[in-house]
Design a binder for this molecule. Structure first.
Ligand SMILES: Nc1nc2c(ncn2[C@@H]2O[C@H](COP(=O)(O)OP(=O)(O)O)[C@@H](O)[C@H]2O)c(=O)[nH]1
Ligand SMILES: [Mg+2]
Ligand SMILES: [Zn+2]
Length: 361
């Protein structure tokens, strides 16, 4: 059979990219097309390469030239993404499952807040899940549940050891692509093992499934749920990154702030809720001090990035490569210095709105 006949005979083959390694893509085929093979190991058509189109884990793709015996194929097209995360790099994620343990490791509200803020930053829905119920008393469990309600979350409490609470998790995972995030040791691998019994991720290991050496600890892979949908563990991404968050966006990452702003407004549109007059957010709520701490941190990070970018632009212009001369802000000092509070305040006023990588919410 010629190539033309193979391609032309049936509807285009579509599938989901489960894993990416070097220039190979593991693609899970959809629906009826699975009868010939469940998965194909694919290359990427040179046309995509020329267009600079990267194939990501989670991408929906059109596959051509299937070789059913060798289980090979070629990715000819990437369908439009509805979301795109950069840390970890996964496309078409529907939600984030943020997993913490009620004990071992100890549940720390400040650390939990960092993870929550990082997750909120994506604008994706968050499922908050507390594992290791078996290690705590009913009173402790209730206290955490009430505590989270005050923050604006409704956690699902489970134990992967005893199986209690797992039914409540099943429904939201169905038919969705879910990224699991959380500290090491909270039970992420145990959870994937529970929902996808035949994969046997090694519990208590940092680098998953394939062992060390063959894959980096950042190997990202989607696992298909029997009820439909996909789960992604995130080895190597266990530290929340506030690097890309803008000071002006931070407030939106707190449900308490969103709720306050839905009821009344601050006098100033660009209120940072620090010490401005007639602020609707400043007040006696639990995480307000966390907000202020994180605001100071992201403001400093943002100022650093702006200074570095300006410095890079200056170096480029000096060397005269590419002849692109743009009006970049001039730096007063050549070497990087820690910005003063006043500089930080000024930077706050000059924030340019970078677009979130997430394409729609
Ligand atoms: N007591 C208890 N231990 C658990 C539970 N879930 C997982 N563990 C243990 O916690 C440790 C870390 O689990 P793992 O799934 O590797 O966590 P990960 O690092 O987040 O992938 C292992 O020793 C598990 O056996 C639970 O519900 N209760
Ligand atoms: Mg693990
Ligand atoms: Zn305010």
């Amino acid at each position: 059979m010629s190539k033309q006949e193979q391609v032309g005979a049936t509807a285009p083959l579509t599938g989901t990219v489960l894993a990416v390694q070097a220039n190979f893509y593991q693609v899970q085929l959809q629906g009826e097309q699975r009868k010939s093979a469940e998965q194909l190991l694919c290359t990427r058509r040179s046309r995509l390469k020329k267009l600079g189109q990267q194939v990501m884990v989670g991408d929906q793709v059109i596959v051509e030239e299937p070789d059913w015996l060798g289980k090979r194929g070629a990715i000819a097209n990437i369908l439009p993404r509805h979301s795109q995360l950069s840390r970890p790099p996964i496309a078409n994620v529907n939600q984030i499952l943020l997993m913490f343990a009620l004990a071992e490791p100890k549940l720390d509200p400040q650390q939990l807040t960092r993870f929550l803020v990082t997750a909120e930053q994506t604008h994706l829905p968050i499922i908050l899940c507390f594992n290791k119920r078996d290690l705590t008393s009913y009173t402790t469990q209730r206290a955490w549940r009430d505590h989270m309600k005050q923050w604006g979350y409704d956690p699902i409490l489970i134990s992967l050891q005893t199986g209690v609470g797992l039914k409540a998790l099943e429904r939201p995972l169905r038919q969705s692509t879910t990224v699991i995030s959380g500290l090491s040791g909270v039970g992420k691998s145990s959870l994937i093992n529970h929902f996808i019994p035949d994969i046997n991720l090694r519990v208590g290991q940092v680098s998953e499934r394939w062992g060390q050496g063959r894959h980096t600890t950042r190997h990202i892979e989607l696992f298909e749920l029997t009820s439909g949908g996909f789960l992604a563990d995130t080895p190597g991404f266990n530290q929340p990154s506030l690097e890309t968050i803008l000071p002006t966006q931070l407030g939106h990452c707190f449900p308490e702030i969103r709720q306050r702003l839905s009821q009344s407004q601050c006098q100033f549109k660009d209120c940072q809720h620090i010490d401005e007059p007639n602020c609707a957010v400043r007040g006696d709520w639990e995480r307000y001090p966390y907000y202020l701490n994180l605001l100071a941190e992201v403001t400093e990070e943002h100022a650093k990035r702006q200074m570095m970018a300006a410095s890079e632009a200056r170096t480029k212009r000096k060397s005269g490569k590419r002849g692109q001369v743009q009006d970049e802000p001039k730096l007063e000092t050549k070497r990087y210095r820690r910005p003063s509070r006043r500089q930080l305040q000024q930077n706050l006023q000059n924030i340019d709105f970078e677009h979130l990588e997430h394409l729609s919410s």
